[in-house]
Structures are given as structure tokens and as C-alpha cells.
Design a binder for this molecule. Structure first.
Ligand SMILES: Cc1cc2nc3c(=O)[nH]c(=O)nc-3n(C[C@H](O)[C@H](O)[C@H](O)COP(=O)(O)OP(=O)(O)OC[C@H]3O[C@@H](n4cnc5c(N)ncnc54)[C@H](O)[C@@H]3O)c2cc1C
Length: 386
């Protein structure tokens, strides 16, 4: 990969270390096996935790890597090169931690860090069956009772839901106030009343666990409130501003690069009409277009990540990165299947998994329709029309 983002030597070292580690550990055979079983390779999760890959953005004061979104992007990009599903498993920890990092107390950061540094996973519990894009329609409630909150409700489609040891949970503290009645909490998995419901049998990213998380009269101390009551919606949206460029933007770039490498390798050896298919301009141009999308998506993702690290947050740019990267990956994976012909459609070749994995990026962390709503809102505001 070309490096022109002014990376520090530390960042390059982490990038190369992650590349070397993930390509050795998460082999194609292992990916295929886990994909078939819909299974998270927890032994590799543990190794990632030991290497600090699940705690990269945690402050050093609580034992984390103390690094920013550029470094996080490099790590998720490298993991996605092997498998977007496994990158989702690791990336979901950043999604869970970001609300605490942005709005939590030092004690909450420490509480979270203790679980993650011990090798645990975490999960971000926002979505419900009837509240996905329409986040303000949440039904989960958190009712203050003395010096505790009591949480009731069911979260849907939660990445790491079944494997996490700690959650951030969004619930209504004032159910009549819509989005302004939402609050955010840090909740340990060990609390009485938490269980996991239906596990999704997904089309792709099967190296990640996605399930319902059920809260049945779950009591947590009042000091587990993250930020202030009623600020949950703002906390969730601020979180996505930070996580979309790395968790989706850069991650999709890793998978695109994987498609490009696999297509060149395949096209150089697959012979039709007496010559490798790579000799055909039709094939070359498809690969060139993949490269154009990959470089453009990567430039945008790292531009936004660098902005975040410099405390310049631009919701519309984060959404643009998420949208462009995800749609670029879907198109790239589709063309990669085309270049592989019938073999691309077979489970014998990794390209089929990349294709199935690609689609989720246009859906999670807010659908691409929602991203376009964010982008247009920003443009209209800037034009004084809103
Ligand atoms: C594998 C997977 C992992 C996930 N992980 C997590 C997680 O870790 N934590 C979490 O909280 N959530 C998670 N989600 C949930 C995900 O973020 C939601 O599925 C997503 O936000 C869409 O919500 P929805 O499924 O309810 O779709 P809906 O909101 O029902 O949308 C359906 C369609 O309508 C469109 N639409 C809706 N409203 C509008 C509108 N106003 N204008 C135009 N189009 C509109 C949408 O774009 C979409 O195309 C995950 C989902 C999946 C599938």
C-alpha cells in the first residue's frame, strides 16, 4: 500500500505488525471454517487483545494505547484485508468505548478498560427492532430508583452482543421527550437480568457475533450514566462522527485492496483464448477502476481520521467517508467476482466471502440513506436554508 499520509514511525510499526499478525493467524482456511460455522475465532480475539488492538484508542492513563483514529484506521484496514467480519468484531470495541471516551468519567474509562485489557470484548447497544434509522423511537427505558437506574428493553442486531463483557446502552430516561429523553449508560455483562436473545444467521461478516441483548430489570449504579441525562442522542451521533471513518471508511479500503490483489493474481494466471485474462483491456480497466475507488476512499477516510485526531469533527465528512467507502467496496467486490468468473461464485475462492461481507457496510453505523440525510443537512445549513 502506498503511504502518503505523513504517518509516524509508531503508526507504520503498528500497521506492519497488524498486517503480519493477521495474515498469519487468520488464514483463508480459518476464515472459511468460521464463516461456515458462523463463529468468532475467540482465540484470535484474545491475541488481538494481548497485542493491544482492542484497546488502541483507550487513554494511556487506564492502560490503553492512547492512540487516535488514524492509527485505529490502519489497524482496522489491515484486519479487513483478511476479513471484514473479524474487523467488525474488533472495531465494535471502539464503537462501544467512544461514548465513554468522549463523555465518560475517569472512573468509567477505568471500569471499561479493566474488561478490555483482560481480553474481553464490548458492544454498543443502540438499535432495537423498531428503532434503527429512527433512533428516537427507542423503547428501552432506564428508570431512576434511589441511587440506581433500572433498565428494561431489548436491543437488536448488537455486534459482540453475545460475547461482550461490557456494554454501552442507550435507553429512555424520559420516554415522552423523544430523542431528547435518551441517555447513555455503561453496563457490565455480569449484572443480573441481562441475557442474549436471537443470534443472527447472517449473509456475511459471519466472523462477528450479532444478537439481541435483553435487559430485564437490570439494576446499575447511578454513576454508570455516561454524560448527562437526556444527552444520549447527542452522544450516539457524536460517536458515529468518530467511528464511521475508521470502522467503515478505512475498513472497507482493506477489503478493496484485498480484492485488487486477488484479482491481479487470478487474472495473471487464468488463461482464456490462449492468454491470461489480464491481457484484456476489459479486465485491466475493471482493476484500474477498483484502484481509483480504493485510493479515493482511502484518501477521504484518512483525511477525516486525521481531522478527528486534530479535534476537527465534521459529521458530513464522516458520513461521506462511510458512504463512499462502503459503496466502493460493494462495487469492487462485485467486479472482483466478475473477474474470477465462475470461480468467483464458488465458495472455493475467498472472493465470494468478501462479496457477502461487503454489503453490511452500507447498512450498519447508519444506513447510507441516513448518511445522505446528514450530508444534505450540513449543505443546507451552510447555505442558510435550514
Ligand atoms: C450485522 C449488523 C450489525 C449491527 N451492529 C450493530 C451494533 O453493534 N449496535 C447497534 O446499535 N446496531 C447495530 N446494527 C443495527 C444497524 O445499525 C441498523 O440495522 C441500521 O441502522 C438500520 O436500521 P434498521 O435495520 O432498523 O433499518 P430501517 O431503519 O428500518 O431502514 C430500512 C430502510 O429504510 C431506509 N430509511 C429509513 N428511514 C428513512 C428515511 N427517513 N429516508 C430515507 N430512507 C429511510 C433505510 O435507509 C433502509 O434502507 C447492526 C446491524 C447489522 C445488520
Amino acid at each position: 500500500m502506498k503511504e502518503d499520509f505523513g504517518l509516524t514511525q509508531d503508526q507504520i510499526d503498528i500497521q506492519l505488525m497488524t498486517r503480519d499478525f493477521i495474515r498469519k493467524e487468520l488464514t483463508w482456511e480459518r476464515i472459511k471454517e468460521c464463516d461456515e460455522k458462523n463463529e468468532v475465532p475467540m482465540d484470535i480475539v484474545k491475541k488481538c487483545a494481548d497485542m493491544g488492538l482492542t484497546s488502541i484508542t483507550l487513554p494511556e492513563s487506564v492502560g490503553g494505547g492512547g492512540m487516535g483514529e488514524v492509527t485505529n484506521s490502519l489497524v482496522l484496514e489491515e484486519i479487513s484485508y483478511q476479513d471484514v467480519g473479524f474487523a467488525t468484531t474488533i472495531g465494535a470495541c471502539g464503537l462501544c468505548f467512544t461514548p465513554i471516551n468522549l463523555f465518560g468519567t475517569d472512573a468509567q474509562k477505568k471500569l471499561y478498560a479493566d474488561f478490555i485489557l483482560a481480553g474481553g470484548l464490548s458492544a454498543f447497544c443502540l438499535t432495537e427492532a423498531d428503532a434503527g434509522s429512527d433512533v428516537g423511537a427507542l423503547r428501552t427505558t432506564a428508570v431512576k430508583d434511589g441511587d440506581e437506574y433500572v433498565i428494561n428493553g431489548t436491543k437488536a442486531f448488537i455486534t459482540n452482543g453475545g460475547n461482550a463483557s461490557v456494554y454501552t446502552v442507550f435507553a429512555m430516561t424520559d420516554p415522552n421527550a423523544g430523542a431528547r429523553g435518551m441517555s447513555c449508560f455503561i453496563v457490565e455483562r455480569s449484572r443480573a437480568g441481562i441475557s442474549c436473545g436471537k443470534e443472527e444467521d447472517k449473509m456475511g461478516i459471519r466472523l462477528s457475533n450479532t444478537c439481541e441483548v435483553i435487559f430485564d430489570n437490570v439494576r446499575i449504579p447511578a454513576d454508570h450514566l455516561v454524560g448527562q441525562e437526556g444527552k444520549g442522542f447527542k452522544i450516539a451521533m457524536s460517536t458515529f462522527d468518530i467511528t464511521r471513518p475508521a470502522g467503515v471508511g478505512a475498513a472497507c479500503c482493506g477489503a478493496m485492496k484485498s480484492c485488487i490483489d486477488k484479482c491481479i493474481e487470478y487474472a495473471a494466471t487464468r488463461v482464456t483464448f490462449g492468454q491470461p485474462i489480464l491481457q484484456n483491456q476489459a479486465i485491466q480497466f475493471m482493476i484500474a477502476d477498483m484502484e481509483v475507488r480504493y485510493e479515493a476512499a482511502r484518501a477521504l477516510a484518512y483525511r477525516v481520521a486525521a481531522g478527528i485526531d486534530a479535534h476537527v469533527i465534521d459529521s458530513a465528512l464522516s458520513s461521506a467517508s462511510k458512504t463512499f467507502s462502503s459503496e466502493s467496496l460493494v462495487k469492487t467486490a462485485e467486479d472482483a467476482i466478475q473477474i474470477h468468473g465462475g470461480n468467483g461464485y464458488s465458495k472455493e475462492y475467498p472472493i465470494e466471502i468478501i462479496y457477502r461481507n461487503s454489503k453490511i457496510a452500507t447498512i450498519y453505523e447508519g444506513t447510507n440513506q441516513v448518511q445522505r440525510m446528514v450530508i444534505v443537512k450540513s449543505l443546507l445549513k451552510a447555505s442558510g436554508l435550514m
